[in-house]
Design a binder for this molecule. Sequence first.
Ligand code: ADP
Ligand code: MG
Length: 226
Amino acid sequence: MSDSLVLQNVQRTYRTEAGELPVLRDINLTLRAGEIVALVAPSGAGKSTLLHLAGLLEQPDAGTVSILGRDAGALPDTDRTAIRRDSIGFVYQFHHLLGEFSAIENVILPQLIAGKSRRDAAARARTLLTAFGLADRENHLPGKLSGGEQQRVAISRALANAPAVLLADEPTGNLDVATAAIVFDELLSVVRTQSVAALIATHNPDLAARMDRTITLRDGKIVPYA
Ligand code: ADP
Ligand code: MG
């Protein structure tokens, strides 16, 4: 089986009025199916930049990003969009749910876009929401859910199309410590049952310790977290 996510010699420099800001200098990272990796680094180190590149939301200045063995940089936009839709799930610090749609509709919609029947999409959405303890909240609008519940829905949505790769950018960063720990445990247990390769940025070393390994960013490179 090919690796789920591979970054090779990835570079990213932001060009600002103040000059060039090299953020990622030489990123090399491989995630296999079922592997859950924590990315712990201080604010400004480049975590979000790295996740956006891995999620094909941005292009590197140099180097390659491969998803399931395909070099995404060599593909046309339509193929990149298809990979994002079918093979990548993204969770942000703030849920970004669609406020006019219920919890379950938020999890159904990406599946309809991917071509699933409404019946299958609803069944999958219900399974995910149930795994996150939200069976009795599926018809709630996001605004009527707690912060922890909103993030559980956002994670369910990210997993809706059974992506090979889950990328999460401080997914519990705006939750209180106790809720963050619970949501994290649920996230890990669902991810572990689905062989998803996950890269999860967090500030919290206690949460990172629950994952398979932890990496950090130093001088624009990935190194093991000491
Ligand atoms: P983190 O997520 O670890 O806090 P980021 O990836 O958001 O770090 O940012 C890394 C560095 O790049 C920061 O110094 C940030 O200010 C800078 N940066 C991020 N995005 C841009 C951008 N679009 N233009 C210029 N600089 C940026
Ligand atoms: Mg960030």
